[in-house]
Design a protein around this ligand. Structure first.
Ligand code: PEP
Ligand code: MG
Length: 572
């Protein structure tokens, strides 16, 4: 029996707006009731149960491809524990000779095992004890018939301690009504996926997964970042009303899709879409996107779409064929690494966010890179709208190296008779401070630049974008960030190179006056955000925005800029 208190209110960071009332499906990565110390009636049966779950657990663990150093270590400990003959014979003895149940036998053996390690007094072994406890949980869950995988069969609001991007990708997302997570921030990749799948989500809720139980009613308003577990009748009524209002607002916004994004004084802003796969295309068209400003192709790789010879050419060609009619189709080359791991990536790194990722990984794995470039080049033959963009460029030398490699691949295509557009536009992302500060140099080698504010903010302020403990320090309006944005947009204008933003900042309508004022004419965001941003642009006067941006650039800190923007949004 679980203690089931009344209504609980939780507040966190809303990611994709929406009001949802639904049943909770709760996932905690490790949780189990304590084992009852009962003696077995039928030792043969208990032994068979243990042997069955042991074989299954071992097979499952061997099938998991580690995505990080920590995962690899943890899996190693699981496997050695589950294969240790002393440990296994202790469990079997516990069942056969002491008549313990399978669960108790496992628990008792684990306790003995961890006590022996703890007695060594070694810090390394102390850390391994936690992994051993996880492996124990896995065995005990299997004996108790509790699944450790995340499977949902009915539409539900997922309430979890955390989700990795690939865990979310492996779920049937059409059944997810909403998402409530203990951890995560607005620009974590789970948040980005939730946004593009239009799943109302609130992240960084602290301990929501501890307060809800499977089947509890939950109500959430992701725009406000507020969620209720077991809401009372009054709260449910108020959420039904909110739902009605949200549906009407949505309908109003959808009407806007027919109008161009032009300020009241006639400045045209191009609004494009960020997508992670072909499934994003319909939403982009419905929102009136003028092309794809960012195709996060690494998500194709994470879903296992990578062919040995050529990377899923069909996806690139389809995207070019369909979206090319609406505007540019910008394929960003694989931005793998960091929190985006694909199968088989070797990730023994202390600092993966500063490590072997994006073009750094691709240049060290040229077969993978080459095959992707060929797929993009092939797609360029189908539409002059296809563009190619490199992520995480840190300076001109790195950019020139990848451009050289692209030229080699183009030459190979010519020799093999693979058609491509010789004039395909090439761009670089600006998402490291070093790239931003040298944008005047980088702009002389490319046709366009696109600012990835998610990473640019993280690296400029030295704040991990996915860590909710320091989320208060992740300030898009930090003066350092705004100065960099201004510098890059001006450097691009000087060279006649288009500069866009494709980070989440582009998709929040409260920032639109500032971005228009700083001089951006191209913004790329998730489909739903296009509706709100377009509506906001149609109310703005670009000259007033420019004056406002000028003023704001002279302010000394993020708080003053946030206040100024709030005030501007209240008035204009
Ligand atoms: C960014 O960093 O802003 C960006 C668009 O790339 P990603 O979010 O995929 O890292
Ligand atoms: Mg990035």
């Amino acid at each position: 029996m679980h203690y089931n208190p009344g209504m609980i209110e939780k507040r966190g960071t809303g990611v994709f707006p929406g009001v949802v009332i639904g049943k909770a499906a709760v996932f905690r990565h490790t949780v189990l009731d304590s084992v009852e110390h009962l003696l077995a009636d039928d030792t043969e049966h208990e032994l068979a149960v243990f042997e069955g779950v042991h074989a299954q657990a071992l097979a499952e663990i061997r099938a998991i491809k580690p995505r990080s150093k920590e995962e690899r270590e943890m899996l190693g400990v699981y496997e050695s524990m589950l294969s240790d003959p002393d440990f296994l014979s202790l469990i079997r003895e516990n069942i056969k000779e002491r008549r313990y149940t399978a669960s108790w036998a496992v628990e008792a053996a684990t306790e003995k095992y961890t006590a022996a390690l703890a007695a060594l007094g070694d810090a390394y072994f102390a850390e391994r004890i936690a992994d051993i406890k996880d492996a124990e949980t896995r065995l005990l869950s299997a004996i108790a018939g509790i699944s450790t995988g995340i499977v949902i069969t009915e539409p539900a609001v997922i309430v979890a301690d955390y989700l990795t991007p690939s865990e979310l990708m492996q779920m049937d997302r059409s059944k997810i009504l909403g998402l409530l997570l203990d951890t995560g921030g607005q620009t974590s990749h789970v948040a980005i996926l939730a946004h593009s799948d239009e799943i109302p989500a609130i992240l960084g809720l602290g301990d929501v997964s501890e307060t809800a139980e499977d089947g509890d009613t939950v109500a959430l308003d992701a725009r406000e970042g507020v969620a209720y577990v077991r809401p009372d009748e009054k709260t449910i009524r108020s959420f039904r009303a909110r739902k009605g209002i949200a549906a009407r607002t949505e309908k109003e916004l959808r009407k806007e899709a027919a109008f161009p994004a032009v300020t009241v004084d006639g400045r045209r802003i191009h609004l494009m879409c960020n997508i992670e796969g072909l499934e994003g295309v319909d939403g982009a068209i419905a929102a009136g996107a003028e092309g794809v400003g960012l195709f996060r192709t690494e998500f194709l790789m994470m879903q296992g779409f990578h062919g040995a010879e050529e990377a899923d050419p069909h996806v690139y060609e389809e995207a070019a064929r369909i979206m090319g009619q609406y505007g540019p189709v910008t394929f960003r080359t694989y931005d793998l690494g960091g929190d985006k791991m694909a199968e088989g990536m070797d990730t023994e790194e202390e600092n993966p966010i500063l490590g072997w990722r994006a073009v750094r990984f691709c240049m060290a794995n040229r077969d993978i890179f080459r095959s992707q470039l060929i797929s993009i080049l092939r797609a360029s033959a189908l539409s002059p709208s296809v563009r190619l963009m490199f992520p995480m460029i840190s300076g001109s030398e790195e950019l020139l190296e990848v451009l050289d490699f692209l030229n080699d691949v183009k030459e190979e295509c010519r020799q093999k008779g693979i058609a491509f557009d010789e004039n395909m536009k090439i761009g670089t992302m600006i998402e490291t401070p070093s790239a931003a500060i040298t944008a005047d140099v980088l702009s002389s080698y490319v046709d366009f630049m696109s600012i990835g504010t998610n990473d640019l903010i993280q690296y400029t302020i030295a704040v991990d974008r996915g860590n909710e403990r320091i989320a208060h320090l992740y300030r898009p309006l930090h003066p350092a960030v705004l100065r960099l944005l201004k510098y890059v947009v001006d450097a691009g204008k000087e060279k006649g190179v288009t500069v866009s933003i494709c980070g989440e900042m582009a998709g929040y309508a409260e920032y639109t006056p500032l971005l228009v004022g700083l001089g951006f004419d191209e913004l790329s965001m998730s489909a739903h955000s296009i509706l709100e941003v377009r509506k906001r642009i149609r109310t703005l006067d670009s000259k007033s925005c420019a004056d406002f941006a000028d003023n704001v650039l002279s302010l000394r800190d993020a708080t003053s800029i946030e206040h100024a923007l709030k005030e501007y949004n209240g008035k204009a």
